[in-house]
Ligand binder design. Sequence first.
Ligand SMILES: *Cc1c(COP(=O)(O)O)cnc(C)c1O
Length: 432
Amino acid sequence: MLYYSTNRQSPIIGFEEAILQGLASDEGLFFPTSVPKLPVSFFESIEELTPQEIALEVIKQFAGNEITENKLQQIVSETLDFPIPLVKVEDNIFSLELFHGPTLAFKDVGARFMARTLRFFLEKKSKPVTILVATSGDTGGAVASGFYDVEGIRVVILYPSGKISAMQEKQLTTWGKNIYALEIDGTFDDCQKLVKSAFTDSELKAQYGLTSANSINIARLLPQTFYYFLAYQQLRDKSRPFIVSVPSGNLGNLTAGLIAWRMGLPVEKFVVASNSNDVVPKYLKSGQFYPKASVHTVANAMDVGNPSNFARVLEVFGHDYEQLKGKLAGHSYNDDEIKSCITEVFQRTGYTLDPHGACAYLALQKELKESEVGVFLETAHPAKFSETVNESIGQSIRIPDSLNKIIKKDKVSIQCQHSLDALREVLSTILK
Ligand SMILES: *Cc1c(COP(=O)(O)O)cnc(C)c1O
């Protein structure tokens, strides 16, 4: 498979090169030159396949002949070594629980796949590679966990000081070894901008072998298609049209879902669920895309004012707004609405939503017709947002053991101003 840049000003390249570059030299995002359709027989027999077999069938299409099937099989088995259950919440509403991985959020899937794929490609190279990643909360932890102690790879995580939860911060700052956490005096957008400008600085990029692990990297994005197929596999009643609600920030998850649909997965409609950062729902109503500064919400992993994967969403639809509008709906919810939803669903069904899943639940409820089955993505374990969740359900949620262990560790971070010069200085001291 070959990949082109959404800005169309840089060369078309293969899978390995697209992963190593992360962002194209013209600052566009890589996108497959064609999205292959899976055969009807694949969907007809999907219930007989294991999750790993499904994932292999999907990723083979994109990794082309650059990784052997045996190696790919090993990579997907290690990626999906935790369950992704579809849990019934009420009659025609299901939660796709993506939070059973090591850092209890969906980003584990992409990060684990990327770490293993990158390690495979790096075996041929002698120079170390540096992953530079901005996080609004969960990305950093998943990437740190995925890459921890992997030889030849260093990870530098930029996070906005004071704008992520205590638990998320511990998941970034307690690793040591090849993982460095930079505490930036700014917002997530500032962190993301810094990472972008570091990548476009060819000297810096070459000096440290910089690559990205944000959802802009196709090695993060493509494996996220897996669980849309797994949702379909687990749906008992496949005769009813099914719609999927996606709690969205940078639109990586949504893009992956759209790619799965283009591969033949019968999804009737996608619902983009936002918190108060409502750029996409506004775009769907007006046709105008106006990025803006992000605002802080209780669903903070979606606090994004200029979603980086928007360019890819446009590619999926060939920049045809009418076609796009026919497939996507979008709604946004403020903190009060999110909290009341967590309360209401808990009291009525006993199911505990996290703030991101709550947005998706609300948007799904709004769009779902009686004839349809609705699936929403539960992107993080509610215990990761225990402050908001406990307050909403009026009791203390049990903290999983894996989180408790991290809470007890000491935070180690490096303070950094949000300028490229400051970042350059910090990198030169830590990456000797
Ligand atoms: C990252 C994240 C999101 C947003 O996903 P995107 O792919 O950036 O749209 C939603 N929920 C949680 C818990 C996240 O960590």
